[in-house]
Design a protein around this ligand. Structure first.
Ligand code: PRP
Length: 538
């Protein structure tokens, strides 16, 4: 019998589900059409080369690749904008007038399969070629807002930034040696995008970043909120004309948008797709915090296709919009702030820190088997989960914030904001082995660990290939019984290593507890998140 399963990350749609998707698509495309956009379609698969440039598409690992008969490498469309830009650059060469295109298309990404993540999803959007004015940016954002209104009403927030602000910061680093290197700048981009303030602080110290640049680097991730509050601060911090121009551009756009109540700014907004060059924006639903759309200006991408024409556009996630129609009830802002806390090492000390900060959880005791604890005021709720799951609870928005060891976060690479180093739970990540162990440069190194991702990345960073065995605990046993040559594990007091005849061979990283925040909750529950950050800082 043929196995009747389907792959992870994709699903069949029954007629009800299909009709719901069609109805969302129809509402969106009706607005796009009213605003003068015409529908097009690009092929489902394209040459890999189109996406291989890492300044265009950074997550090449996520692309589905296939070969055709002649062995040429092809991909299933991992992004909607790049093929449309290619199409506009090749087909419309002679056209001088503005070109306004719209699409509804399927995008494929082979993301790590976690918690129901989709690998095939529908996007609907527009692309506007030929105009570089702030008015055009305003019109594009307004089309997105009007289209979304037909589905979610006023339950949305458009957050606006400008890629120039961050690019200006990188420009300010020119002349500072290592800070000019592409890989170093990519690291700053990643740290800024994930609002990883402890990471930025450590980076600034390790790389001796000049004081003035350091200040901007550390302030940038926190420059989000109402335009009138944030733009003056952003202007004050600007280090050069590129940054000042970006602030001015956002100011013009914000004043041009009619529906002021649904816009805010985030100067730390950096799209991971590097082709964005000017205004960028994201739209999230206020009730659930889900990000349903994003877009921006990508003039640099068109240059790569040999046509120097300005371009701006956005894509909306149709599947998420369909999902959002099922949700109802109280607004996120009215619910308690959900805090994910790992059982184990960090639990007791974290409860103690909350107590010291005046946030009391009367039901908590070490012996209790309870998994949910409310504070006295009803503003905060702690969910007691397995330590390795804290990242996923926060990433998926089941919890708004979490306390997690840097070791676990490095392994899970959860897509969250890492906002604070809590300064406790300190230990190190280390490579350890039986006393007297020497590396054999010829033989493949066998590594046992609870952290296979960290171990692989660490050894690969200096070109060493390893064979990893994932062990779930008492890793120190592995070299003793000959299962591995070394282990990669956390070392706190060093007692476990000592008592089992092992020693540290080299340090991989410093570890401590981190305070992480869901990307949307930072904005939808700003007041409660700020309150808890302040409490923990004290
Ligand atoms: C961790 C780690 C080491 C030990 C290090 O294990 O995996 O085994 O603690 O601490 P030390 O340097 O103070 O001795 P954990 O106690 O979490 O238990 P596990 O091995 O069952 O995961």
């Amino acid at each position: 019998m043929i196995k009747n399963f389907i792959p992870e990350g994709v699903s069949d749609l029954n007629n009800d589900e299909y009709e719901k998707i069609r109805s969302v698509e129809d509402k969106l495309t009706a607005v796009f059409r009213e605003d003068g956009y015409r529908q097009i379609m690009t092929p489902t698969f394209e040459y890999y080369d189109l996406f291989a440039d890492d300044t265009i598409f950074s997550d090449t690992d996520e692309i589905y690749k296939l070969t055709d008969k002649s062995g040429k490498l092809m991909v299933l469309r991992p992004d909607a904008t790049i093929p449309i830009a290619r199409m506009a650059a090749t087909h419309y060469k002679e056209s001088d007038s503005d070109l306004k295109l719209m699409y509804v298309t399927t995008v494929f990404r082979s993301a790590d399969f976690r918690a129901g993540e989709k690998r095939e999803f529908k996007q609907a959007g527009i692309e506007y070629f030929g105009s570089d004015t702030a008015d055009t940016d305003v019109s594009v954002i307004e089309t997105a807002v009007r289209a979304l209104k037909t589905i979610v009403g006023s339950d949305m927030q458009a957050e606006i930034g400008d890629a120039g602000y961050f690019n200006g910061l990188l420009e300010a680093m020119s002349g500072y040696g290592v800070l000019e290197e592409k890989s170093v700048q990519a690291e700053i981009r990643e740290l800024t995008e994930s609002k990883n303030i402890p990471g930025l602080r450590q980076f600034a110290t390790e790389h001796d970043v000049p004081e003035q640049i350091r200040e901007v680097m550390l302030s940038l991730p926190l420059l989000y909120g109402k335009p009138q509050d944030i733009l003056p601060k952003a202007e004050k911090l600007a280090l050069n004309d590129t940054m000042r121009k970006a602030v001015q551009n956002i100011r013009e756009i914000c004043s041009g948008i009619a529906e002021k109540e649904c816009i805010s700014v985030d100067m730390g907004l950096i799209n991971r797709l590097e082709y964005y060059s000017g205004m960028i924006f994201k739209i999230y639903l206020k009730k659930t915090g889900v990000i349903v759309g994003s877009g921006g200006r990508y003039d640099k991408l068109m240059k790569k296709f040999g046509r120097d024409i300005p371009a701006v556009g956005f894509g909306l996630n149709v599947d998420m919009l369909v999902e959002s129609q099922k949700e109802s009830g109280e607004s996120e802002a009215e619910k308690p702030l959900m805090i994910a806390l790992g059982k184990g090492r960090l639990a007791d000390i974290t409860f103690q820190k909350f107590e010291e900060a005046g946030i009391h959880f009367p039901d908590y005791s070490k012996e209790s088997r309870k998994l949910i604890f409310d504070d006295e005021t009803g503003k905060f709720r702690i969910i007691f989960v397995k330590a390795v799951d804290v990242g996923i609870y926060v990433e998926k928005g089941a919890c708004d914030v979490g306390v997690i060891g840097k070791d676990t976060l490095m392994e899970s690479r959860s897509d969250v904001f890492e906002m604070m180093d809590l300064g406790y739970g300190k230990c190190i990540f280390a490579v350890a082995a039986l006393k007297g162990f020497q590396y054999d440069r010829i033989k493949k190194l066998r590594v046992a660990t609870k952290y296979p991702g960290v171990a692989k990345r660490y050894f690969e960073s200096f070109g060493r290939s390893i064979e990893v065995t994932k062990i779930n605990g008492s890793v120190e046993l592995a070299p003793i019984v000959g299962l591995s040559d070394v282990i990669v594990d956390i070392v706190e007091t060093g007692n476990t290593l000592r008592e089992n005849g092992l020693e540290v061979v080299e340090k991989v990283a410093d570890i401590s507890a981190r305070f992480i925040v869901n990307r949307a909750s930072l904005k939808t529950k700003q007041r409660q998140v700020d309150e808890i950050i302040e409490a923990l800082k004290r």
